[in-house]
Design a binder for this molecule. Structure first.
Ligand SMILES: NC(=O)c1ccc[n+]([C@@H]2O[C@H](COP(=O)([O-])OP(=O)(O)OC[C@H]3O[C@@H](n4cnc5c(N)ncnc54)[C@H](OP(=O)(O)O)[C@@H]3O)[C@@H](O)[C@H]2O)c1
Length: 406
């Protein structure tokens, strides 16, 4: 999206660097089996934590609710690696719209305004305060470092409304996936928000069932169709499992990039070892790895690896507020009190300090605004130290099939 020329130069530089990283790995002769075994050792859940049932191996009531909702949700609308299916193109688009027509609220005044450029429709009409409108996140090679997650926004109306509202507030990075069953709604929200395509960073993901060469190509085209765009800024391998095979999968991603259907290649839920392997297998640079990260899961090893000059992979944090659980942590509450902020805002500000992109999911206007205003929270060294010293660990998305559990 932003500064295409700079992005291209960045990309070329990253490609040169990662080529170097790949060959240094070859020199090291690191066999994948050994690397994978290392992932097993480093990535295990903490002893004494309950084992995952389904997606989340997690204790809190809030998360149980989330899990219950997820179980009840329609098939295919999931972040679980085992059960992601693709949604059939225009059919799903039409169905979703059809359902939504009934009882649809009257057109908002906001949607009728004709606004140019980066300013989305109806910012003023939507009552966006100056405090909100004045904020904008830093960018990493053109990717806004605060975005909106959309997992579990399966209900068409809710998703359109949340994404539209988010864009009006200033969010310019939207994260979806073919497995979320909401690409149509996301695409429609972008149209409703009347934001220029070039002003939005749009990311989606290919499900594990669709990761062989041919399926990647078909799946990506279907995602573009549902989103109603010619290209996405970032396409991720959602999980390194199912049909994932490094050379085959990455070759298809490289082809999509060559054809201009995707700007950047991403992976998700990759351990250090899997990331090393993917970098080595990929003809094109890998731009980002999307993983769970928050103060209760600081991903120190992965962060250090990705920051190396010859790796240079952006980290994107999913579940960046631990689905609300950060509010139970005393240290985060103390830092929040000091800044007259909330623990959720502190968690997002801490990720920014770590130079990690965050994509909190929020449907309510209150949460969208609160998360956006985290951009005004500046942590000092003492705050960061206090947060870094938190010993409690929690991994929310922890299916048994996850690479770190093998
Ligand atoms: N790559 C992957 O495998 C993967 C896995 C999981 C997630 N993701 C991506 O990452 C995004 C975010 O992760 P997530 O949805 O798992 O968790 P999250 O963003 O940490 O938490 C979302 C939950 O927190 C609530 N919330 C949002 N802002 C809040 C605030 N300021 N105060 C209190 N509660 C707040 C939301 O409620 P409301 O909706 O009611 O506002 C929602 O229930 C997903 O939506 C998805 O795009 C990717």
């Amino acid at each position: 999206m932003l500064g295409r020329e700079t992005e291209r130069a960045d990309r070329e530089e990253r490609q040169r660097d990662q080529t170097g990283a790949g060959s240094s790995l070859l020199q090291k002769g690191l066999p994948f089996a050994v690397a994978f075994a290392a992932g097993f050792i480093f990535g295990r859940r903490r002893r004494g934590e309950p084992s995952a049932e389904g997606e989340e191996g997690h204790l809190s009531e809030a998360a149980s609710e989330v899990r219950e909702k997820a179980t009840q949700a329609a098939e295919g609308a999931t972040d679980q690696p085992g059960s992601m299916g693709s949604v059939s193109g225009e059919e799903a688009r039409e169905e979703a719209r059809e359902e939504d027509r009934e009882g649809e609220a009257s057109e908002s005044e906001a949607g009728e305004e004709d606004v140019e450029g980066a300013q989305p429709a109806g910012t003023e009409a939507a009552g966006i305060s100056e405090e909100v409108a004045d904020r904008s996140p830093p960018t990493a090679h053109g990717m806004p470092m605060l975005g909106l997650g959309t997992y579990q926004m399966e209900e068409y109306d809710e998703c359109v409304e949340a994404v539209r509202q988010a864009i009006q507030m200033g969010y310019r990075h939207i994260d979806t996936a073919e497995g979320y069953d909401n690409e149509t709604a996301v695409g429609d929200a972008v149209v409703e928000a009347e934001i220029g395509r070039e002003d939005l960073f749009l990311a989606t993901k290919v499900s594990p069932d669709n990761l062989d060469y041919d399926h990647v190509l078909t799946s990506a085209e279907e995602s573009l169709e549902r989103l109603g765009v010619d290209s996405v800024d970032l396409l991720y391998v959602h999980w390194p499992m199912g049909e994932y095979e490094p050379t085959d999968t990455m070759e298809a991603f490289a082809e999509l990039r060559d054809e201009g259907l995707i700007e950047e290649i991403g992976v998700s839920n990759f351990t250090v070892e899997l990331l090393e392997e993917a970098i080595e297998a990929s003809e094109e640079p890998i731009f980002a790895n999307q993983v769970e990260m928050h103060p209760l899961l600081p991903q120190t090893e992965l962060r250090q690896f990705c920051a190396q000059d010859d790796v240079d992979v952006e980290l994107v944090a999913y579940s960046p507020i631990a689905r609300g659980d950060v509010s139970d942590v005393d240290e985060l509450q103390e830092v929040a009190d000091k800044h007259d902020a909330t623990p959720q805002q502190i968690s997002l500000a801490w990720l920014r300090e770590k130079e990690v992109t965050a994509i909190p999911k929020a449907t309510s206007e209150e949460h969208l605004r609160e998360n956006w205003l985290s951009l005004g929270v500046e942590l000092d060294d003492e705050d960061v130290e206090k947060i870094d010293s938190i010993e409690e660990r929690e991994r929310i998305v922890d299916p048994d099939e996850a690479p770190w559990n093998q």
